[in-house]
Design a protein around this ligand. Structure first.
Ligand code: GYE
Length: 323
């Protein structure tokens, strides 16, 4: 009997220690140090994205070394070098533009630190500088904006529309792909004419400035504004009103992102369509960083699910956006 108790005791002790061991390995992950270089604070989207990443890091017990590049590529390159010097476990960054990353990413590779692209892509001839891209399918966003416009023009029975495009930062992934998707969607439709594409750098002030230029140049011949983000749209709308036009009626307004302020303007009828681009990439980022640290395989591209908000639906039913 005594012997039997001893065996039971040993069995329980072994089971207990093994389970402790397991928990320890799992709770080792919170020791993960993630360096993240954010582009800046140019939009509600960007601020929501930063907050989401900070919250997800906290919830996952991941230590986040956060650097804000204030819209400058050289600051992002310096931040990545700092992460390498600190020997972080994983580097993540949202590249402001697509070109110019090869050297610094070679340095990260030589240091054996995996790199995750968040939100935007890079352009390079090399294939092994980054492990994964977590971000929206911008081509699809632009395409959905174009498809909405075709439906809208159908429903209004218009023969022809003049479109002015206010683009995001030149040579950034969302600018290039939203434009390409939109142009491809409307390409086969003879009713569509793009009268000008103008760089608004994703900024509200530039949206306003560009809108003034467009109104001075084309006046009431503008039928459609396709703006690559909400911030520029929100900058453009007061200018349209100041010039005596009714946004959403005299001009079809199409935007991308879907932050609360723009959704409220959609609900008020001054924006006709907003293609969603979600800034909530934090959880995917933390899960991917943990996998990379553990040496597990990750998908090379992860796109979040996105939808279209427009005057084709009951906009009062759109749930609070949370950013
Ligand atoms: O649409 C814009 C932001 O890269 C998807 O950048 C992002 C874009 C977003 O500043 O508002």
């Amino acid at each position: 009997m005594k012997r039997f108790s001893l065996i039971i005791f040993i069995a329980f002790t072994v089971a207990f220690l093994t389970s402790c061991g397991k928990e320890n390995t799992e709770s080792d992950e919170p020791g993960l140090l993630l360096g993240f270089s954010q582009i800046g604070s140019e939009s509600a989207w960007r601020i929501g994205n930063t907050l989401d990443i900070e919250t997800a890091a906290e919830q996952s017990g991941i230590n986040l070394m956060f650097e804000n590049a204030n819209q400058k590529q050289e600051n992002q390159i310096a931040a990545i070098r700092k992460f390498i010097a600190y020997k972080v476990d994983v580097i993540a960054f949202s590249p402001i533009v697509e070109d110019g990353w090869d050297n610094v990413l070679e340095e990260a590779k030589d240091a054996g630190i995996p790199v995750i692209l968040v939100d935007r892509d890079i352009s390079t001839d090399k294939t092994d500088l980054t492990s994964c891209l977590i971000g929206a399918d911008f081509y699809r966003e632009g395409y959905m904006a174009g498809e909405y416009l075709i439906r809208k023009v159908d429903s209004l029975g218009l023969d022809h529309v003049n479109i002015a495009e206010i683009t995001g930062t030149v040579n950034s992934t969302p600018m290039r792909q939203r434009q390409a998707g939109f142009m491809d969607a409307i390409a086969g439709d003879p009713r569509m004419t793009v009268i000008e594409s103008i760089d608004g750098d994703f900024l509200k002030s530039r949206g306003a400035e560009n809108m003034r230029h467009l109104l001075e140049t084309y006046g009431d011949t503008i039928d459609v504004i396709f703006s690559h983000n909400d911030e520029m749209t929100l900058g453009a709308i007061p200018e349209i009103e100041n010039a005596g036009f009714v946004p959403g009626k005299d001009m079809i307004i199409i935007s991308i992102d879907g932050g609360q302020e723009a959704i409220d303007v959609l609900k008020a009828g001054k924006i006709n369509c907003i293609v969603e681009c979600t800034p909530k990439l934090g959880k995917l980022l933390m899960d991917t960083a943990a996998k990379l640290k553990a040496g597990e395989p990750v998908l090379s591209v992860i796109h979040p699910e996105e939808q279209v908000f427009s005057d084709e639906q009951d906009t009062s039913q759109i749930a609070p956006r949370g950013y």
